[in-house]
Design a protein around this ligand. Structure first.
Ligand code: PLP
Ligand code: COI
Length: 340
């Protein structure tokens, strides 16, 4: 490598790697996987992804274990979710087996960018699906590109596994009540930029959105789901406007296996005062404990960590999840796939 990478100093950013894997949908069918070393895609100026937001993406991670093996976490679930997003905005679904093949290929081809065991960094994998058809009317495209690239990353939030503050601002929504919140489509992230920027200016790492219909229940954060711990119970929102997080789904299983009760239900804002621990969770965020939630409209603060340390249940869940991802702990759920 031209310049040695300082793995433990990596932030969550883009770094050029050697190859990406592409596949085109034309004439009603997906073609063969193609390997490219270009970071550029050449698309028509009238492509539906540019005008009408026909774009969906995924995010997953691969880890190097102590045994030197490469493990990728739950890529079958990401494959399924990309199909769900594709259905949600009328794109051609990318076949599940082909998704796994493309992701595995992108990892293998960029093996030298997989951070070493113990560095705290991982290989972030970003598949995307975009409409390429040159249309000007608002219609679904008949041509698509699936592409997967990888980049080594460190923690999403600068604080890493240290509690960080988030805020509630009722003036913003990231998704509509019956809209695209359950899909991983670019438009949701565009919709979250202004609120996110305002929150960052005020010193918060993220916005905790409320349900967009009534603003009575907790939804999720801009880039991650939300969960809380109280009375040995893992509590996470049920909502029509949040992304079904694969990390959250995994944590509910780990929590249950640790003897916690699990509740997935609407969570009224008023319950914030009763929680012992709260956190954001996601592929990029992993578990990011929340130090305090400031409700900027009601002028109230809910504090969960005063000493800068994660709560005990968040700590246990974090270590358990990470141990399975890296191969330090057995994987009784079949979540991890070894890339040969
Ligand atoms: N919610 C949103 C809005 C996200 O962008 C993400 C990230 O993918 C998540 C939740 C977490 O989902 P996952 O755990 O599948 O990464
Ligand atoms: C992920 O966690 O993989 C995400 O896609 C979140 C993101 C917006 C960085």
């Amino acid at each position: 490598m031209e310049n040695a990478i300082n793995w433990s100093e990596l932030s969550f950013g883009y770094m050029k790697t050697d190859y990406n894997v592409r596949c085109y949908y034309r004439n009603g069918q997906w073609g063969e996987l193609e390997v490219s070393s270009s970071e550029i895609i050449n698309i028509h100026m009238s492509a539906t992804c540019l005008h009408y937001g026909q774009e969906a993406f995924e995010g997953l991670k691969a880890f190097r274990g102590k045994d030197g093996k490469i493990r990728v976490f739950r890529m079958d679930e990401n494959a399924k979710r990309l199909q769900s997003s594709a259905r949600g905005i009328m794109m051609a679904g990318f076949p599940l087996a082909k998704f796994e093949e493309a992701v595995s290929k992108a990892i293998r081809l960029n093996e030298r960018f997989i951070p070493p065991y113990g560095s705290g960094a991982s290989l972030y994998i970003r598949p995307l699906l975009i409409g390429l058809g040159a249309l000007i009317g608002v219609k679904p495209s008949d041509e698509y590109l699936f592409l997967v690239f990888v980049t080594p990353v460190g923690p999403y939030f600068k604080t890493g596994f240290k509690p960080a503050p988030v805020c509630i601002m009722r003036a913003y929504d990231r998704a509509a009540p019956q809209g695209t919140g359950t899909y991983k489509v670019g438009g949701n992230y565009a919709a979250s930029l202004a609120a996110g920027n305002k929150a960052h200016e005020k010193g918060y790492v993220a916005v905790l959105y409320l349900d967009p219909k009534e603003k009575l229940y907790l939804d999720e954060c801009g880039p991650a789901n939300f969960f809380a711990i109280r009375d040995n119970t893992y509590i996470t929102p049920a909502s029509n406007s949040i992304l079904p997080s694969i990390t959250n789904m995994s944590l509910t299983q780990l929590a249950a296996a640790m003897g916690l009760k699990v509740e997935r239900r609407p969570i009224p804002v008023s319950e914030l005062a009763t929680f012992e621990e709260t956190a954001e969770c996601g592929t990029a965020a992993v578990i990011t404990p929340i130090s305090q939630i400031d409700d900027l409209d009601e002028n109230r603060s809910y504090v969960y960590s005063e000493d800068g340390k994660p709560g005990p249940i968040c700590e246990k869940l974090y270590h358990k999840l990470f141990a399975i991802q890296t191969g330090d702990a057995p994987d009784p759920y079949g979540w991890v796939k070894i890339i040969e």
